[in-house]
Ligand binder design. Structure first.
Ligand SMILES: *[C@@H]1O[C@H](CO)[C@@H](O)[C@H](O)[C@H]1NC(C)=O
Ligand SMILES: *[C@@H]1O[C@H](CO)[C@@H](O)[C@H](O)[C@H]1NC(C)=O
Ligand SMILES: *[C@@H]1O[C@H](CO)[C@@H](O)[C@H](O)[C@H]1NC(C)=O
Ligand SMILES: *[C@@H]1O[C@H](CO)[C@@H](O)[C@H](O)[C@H]1NC(C)=O
Length: 236
């Protein structure tokens, strides 16, 4: 008959402990370090989407215009209870709700009483060909409950925001999205760099785009943040 010594029992117990921790908290998903991704707070969860990885320059698909392999990942970090920062409770949703393209440098805002994340512009890379401009829509909508992606679809009208990235974007309490500035270059399908100084709005209730031409607007810029003040003034 075999007997277990103290050391065996200890290692068995620690294996059971580690397994039960993983089952209880599902901490097996560890996102890679990243930049250029989008993030939105939805109740107690931060939703993360996209980012950019360099393509190794000895890869066959590497070229001057295709140096990056964008990510179509969607995952969240659950903040509803305390956690150890060595194993943050991330949940990967990519298999069920992958982005429609590889993406980065878009802006995400939460609308519809916290039910939908609006992704405004940003890079859109076809994950098979690595070509940019993967979709015709500058706005994509992620519904939290159904975990589905769609565009604003039929009924959308007005002066559509032209494709761009790195905009300053906020949503107000009336569910109107304000988008200032941004830029286009090679990665947004433009052979020249253009930086914008225009202000667009998208009313998520009326599905209406507007190009607001304001006389005293700030100079052209991209990569700026936007903050909605309590009196509904917009700073970029
Ligand atoms: C692009 O990223 C995906 C996801 O990590 C990976 O499977 C693929 O090999 C990458 N392709 C290149 C060319 O780097
Ligand atoms: C390829 O990448 C390596 C490492 O980053 C770099 O040293 C080298 O200059 C690159 N070669 C070309 C042709 O860009
Ligand atoms: C990408 O989209 C922009 C704006 O819609 C357009 O001007 C450009 O020609 C497109 N580029 C490619 C390579 O499809
Ligand atoms: C938006 O308005 C600005 C200012 O009038 C103008 O320069 C720009 O061309 C307009 N953009 C579109 C897409 O209509």
């Amino acid at each position: 008959m075999s007997t277990m010594n103290f050391k065996d029992v200890l290692s068995l117990l620690s294996i059971i402990f580690i397994l039960s921790q993983n089952v209880l908290y599902g901490h097996s998903f560890k996102p890679e370090a990243r930049g250029g991704h989008m993030a939105t707070l939805v109740n107690n969860k931060i939703y993360f989407m996209g980012w950019l990885r360099p393509i190794s320059n000895n890869s066959l698909v590497w070229s001057q215009t295709h140096q990056y392999n964008l990510s179509d990942e969607v995952f969240y970090l659950d903040l509803s209870s305390r956690f150890n920062i060595d194993s943050p409770p991330f949940t990967d949703l990519s298999d069920i709700s992958r982005m429609p393209f590889g993406s980065e440098k878009g802006s995400t805002v939460l609308g519809d009483s916290g039910q939908r994340i609006y992704l405004v512009s940003g890079l859109q890379q076809n994950m098979a060909t690595f070509n940019y401009n993967a979709s015709d829509s500058t706005l994509w909508i992620y519904t939290i409950n159904s975990q589905h992606w769609h565009t604003s679809g039929p009924g959308t009208h007005g002066t559509l925001l032209p494709r761009r990235r790195s905009t300053s974007t906020i949503i107000n309490s009336k569910n109107v999205i304000y988008i200032f500035g941004g830029r286009v270059e090679l990665d947004t399908g433009s052979s020249v760099l253009i930086i914008y100084e225009d202000l667009f709005t998208f009313d998520t209730n009326k599905l209406e785009w507007k190009n607001l031409s304001l006389p005293n607007h700030p100079s052209k810029r991209s990569h700026c943040t936007a903050t909605l003040m309590p009196v509904e003034e917009l700073f970029t």
